[in-house]
Design a protein around this ligand. Structure first.
Ligand code: CP
Length: 318
C-alpha cells in the first residue's frame, strides 16, 4: 500500500480487515515493524478518535509519532497552484509539504471540506497537494469527501459482530443535526460497503439529500425510513448536508431521529455511529445507552484499522 485515501487503496477489504482483527488479538506482534520510522499527523480540523487511535496504532508498531495542529499552531496554508498570496495564507503547501516529507516517513492528514465550493472539495485538492509535494505515503485522517479509516473500522466491526450464515442487511440512515456537516462519512461508508459487496445495503434520507452517485451506486436508496429499516441487521446513523445544492441544510425534522420504537422494525439491529454524536438530536439517549448500540466497540476498533493500514504501508517502505 502506497497511500490510503479511499477504498481504492485497499487491495482486498477482507484481507485488510483480517489484518486489523489479528492486531486486535495481539496488538504488539509487530512492535518492531515501525522501528526507526516516524509518523506525522497533521490536523487542519479537530479530532479526538482519529488522532488518539492513530497514535496508539503507531506506538503498537514501534513508530515515533508527532502530532501537529496546523489550524492552531502552524502557518495558514495555501493550496491553489499559482496563487498570488496577498491574502491570509502565509505558506504554500508546495513549500511546506517537501519539508514534512523530510521530517516524516508517513504523513496523516485531516482536512475537512469548505462546504462552500463543491468543485474544489470534490477534487480533494488539499490531500492531493500533500501527496504531490510531500513525496511520502499519505494517510487520510478524513478528507473533504471521504473518511476511509472510519469506513475500514466500520467493516471490521460488522464482520466481527455478524454471526449468521447469510448476508447482513445494512441501513445507512440520515439523521437531523443543528449544523451543516460534510458528506464524508456517508460517502465513504457507502463506497466501502458497495466495494465489499457482502451485504444488502440500503440508504435512506429526506428528499434532496441524495449523495454523490459515484459513492452510492450499488445501494438501494429510499426516502421511506420505516421501509428501509425493516429487517435491518445494522443501522448506521449519520447526518450530512445536501450534495446537489451543495452544503445546505434543508430540514432538521426530528422525525428522522433514531429511537427504540423504530428499532422494533429491524432485526434487532446493531446501531452504529462514527461519533461525535448530538444526543437527542441525531440519536436518542435510549438508543445510545441501549443494548443494541455497538458504537463504543466501533470507536475502539479505530486503533486496529489504523494499525492495519500503517503496517501495510510500512511493509512497502522496508
Ligand atoms: N469519527 C471520528 O473521526 O472521530 P474524530 O473526529 O473524533 O476523530
Amino acid at each position: 500500500m502506497k497511500n490510503f485515501i479511499s477504498v481504492n487503496d485497499a487491495h482486498d477489504i477482507n484481507e485488510l480487515a483480517q489484518i486489523a482483527l489479528d492486531y486486535k488479538s495481539d496488538p504488539h506482534v509487530d512492535r518492531n515493524l515501525g522501528a526507526g520510522k516516524r509518523l506525522g499527523l497533521l490536523f487542519l480540523n479537530p479530532s479526538m478518535r482519529t488522532r488518539l487511535s492513530t497514535q496508539i496504532a503507531a506506538q503498537n508498531l514501534g513508530m515515533d509519532c508527532i502530532v501537529f495542529n496546523v489550524g492552531q499552531d502552524g502557518w495558514t496554508l495555501e493550496f491553489e497552484e499559482e496563487a498570488i498570496m496577498s491574502g491570509t495564507s502565509v505558506e504554500h503547501v508546495k513549500d511546506a509539504a517537501p519539508i514534512l516529507g523530510k521530517y516524516f516517513d508517513i504523513l496523516g492528514v485531516r482536512t475537512f471540506p469548505s462546504l462552500q465550493n463543491k468543485h474544489e472539495d470534490y477534487s480533494e485538492l488539499y490531500i492531493h497537494q500533500f501527496m504531490k509535494y510531500s513525496g511520502i505515503p499519505v494517510v487520510s485522517l478524513e478528507s473533504a469527501t471521504l473518511h476511509p479509516l472510519q469506513s475500514l473500522t466500520d467493516i471490521i466491526t460488522i464482520k466481527e459482530t455478524f454471526k449468521e450464515k447469510r448476508r447482513p442487511k445494512i441501513v445507512l440512515t440520515w439523521a437531523p443535526h443543528v449544523k451543516a456537516l460534510p458528506q464524508c462519512v456517508a460517502n465513504s461508508f457507502s463506497q466501502w460497503v458497495n466495494a465489499w459487496g457482502e451485504a444488502d445495503f440500503v440508504i435512506t434520507h429526506p428528499e434532496d439529500y441524495e449523495l454523490d452517485p459515484k459513492f452510492t451506486r450499488g445501494a438501494s436508496v429510499t426516502l421511506d425510513q420505516a421501509e428501509a429499516l425493516k429487517w435491518a441487521d445494522y443501522v448506521y446513523i449519520k447526518n450530512w448536508s445536501t450534495y446537489t445544492d451543495y452544503g445546505r441544510v434543508y430540514t432538521n425534522d426530528p422525525k428522522w431521529m433514531m429511537t427504540n420504537e423504530k428499532l422494533l422494525l429491524t432485526h434487532s439491529a446493531k446501531v452504529m455511529h462514527c461519533l461525535p454524536v448530538r444526543r437527542n438530536v441525531e440519536v436518542s439517549d435510549e438508543i445510545l445507552d441501549g443494548a443494541n448500540s455497538i458504537i463504543t466497540r466501533q470507536a475502539s476498533n479505530r486503533v486496529w484499522a489504523a494499525q492495519a493500514v500503517l503496517s501495510e504501508i510500512l511493509k512497502k517502505l522496508r
